[in-house]
Design a protein around this ligand. Structure first.
Ligand code: ZN
Length: 81
């Protein structure tokens, strides 16, 4: 008989509860990252306009790193101009 550890079960339930059918993958996230950062810099709220990207960034460390790198690069660029 297969036994499921409580923490594994918890993780499984968490995944089911937090995974939504409208979730995007890294490719889609990367493709929309420019716009997301632009909106942020324009003082808009991209989390509301692009909730899928926002949600992906919360879940995916790789894309979040990319997002932060892009953001700091743009901030650096805008300081020069
Ligand atoms: Zn990702």
């Amino acid at each position: 008989m297969m036994s499921l550890k409580p923490e594994k079960l918890q993780r499984l339930v968490y995944d089911i509860l937090t995974t939504r059918p409208d979730e995007i993958g890294c490719d889609t996230c990367f493709a929309q990252l420019d716009l997301f950062v632009e909106m942020l810099q324009a003082g808009k709220n991209p989390a509301v306009a692009m909730p899928q990207v926002h949600r992906h960034l919360e879940r995916c460390g790789m894309c979040r790193e990319e997002f932060e790198a892009l953001l700091s690069a743009l901030e650096h660029y805008s300081q020069l101009h």
